[in-house]
Design a protein around this ligand. Structure first.
Ligand code: GDP
Length: 195
């Protein structure tokens, strides 16, 4: 998809702050520092639209981005940041759960993992949560540029096995550095927009 416009429309913490439009939405989830902001910026051809607000320690909000006036990306705060208190973690969990389980416009969750390492326990928990609620998901295995091409398939296999991946779910090899996987990711998202 050729992205010609992208802007943040709201940072929300509760449902009455979500945009009222019926546009299709994709939520972006992943552990802190996995490369989620870089993924969003690459997909939107922007240098720094997604950034500091989603960093650990900052206010935990759902950031809604309007793209080409036809869809929303919803940036979910990263999980698995060790220094976050139990109370903050619980608030995070509640906010995400409310959004993911009640938002009718949500077409799919884009779960971002690091291709270099097996998915973490938090990644597995997030994936299991999505499967439990039958929320469609697309796995993005990012930072592919950081490992040699000859090892991609081996790492992909570990990613799939660790998540116990449902064969219906797609995994996209991605790099925010090279743009690899961008067209494939957009084409999968476009497929979900039609559903
Ligand atoms: P976030 O916390 O998940 O939003 O992660 P960021 O997008 O801020 O990325 C964390 C770090 O990983 C930054 O230093 C990025 O430059 C780097 N990074 C993210 N994606 C890639 C990638 O595809 N390739 C490489 N080489 N570095 C990446």
């Amino acid at each position: 998809m050729k992205v010609v416009s992208s802007e943040i429309v709201i940072s929300a913490v509760k449902p009455d702050q979500y945009p009222e439009s019926n546009l299709p939405e994709f939520a972006l989830a992943g552990r802190s520092n996995v490369g989620k902001s870089s993924f969003i910026n690459k997909m939107l051809n922007r240098k720094a639209l997604a950034r500091i607000s989603s960093k650990p320690g900052k206010t935990q909000t759902l950031n809604f981005y309007l793209i080409n006036e036809i869809l929303h990306f919803v940036d979910v705060p990263g999980y698995g940041y060790a220094k976050v208190s139990k109370k903050e973690r619980e608030a995070w969990g509640k906010m995400i759960e409310t959004y993911l389980t009640s938002r009718e416009q949500l077409k799919a969750v884009v779960l971002i993992v690091d291709l270099r390492h097996p998915p973490t326990n938090d990644d597995v928990m997030m994936y299991e949560f999505l499967k439990h609620y039958n929320i469609p998901c697309v796995i993005i295995a990012t930072k592919a540029d950081k490992i040699p091409k000859s090892k991609w398939q081996k790492h992909l296999k570990v990613t799939k096995e660790t998540l116990d991946l449902d064969p219906q779910d797609s995994v996209v090899l991605f790099s925010s550095e090279t743009g690899q996987g961008k067209d494939e990711a957009w084409s999968i998202l476009k497929g979900y927009m039609r559903q």
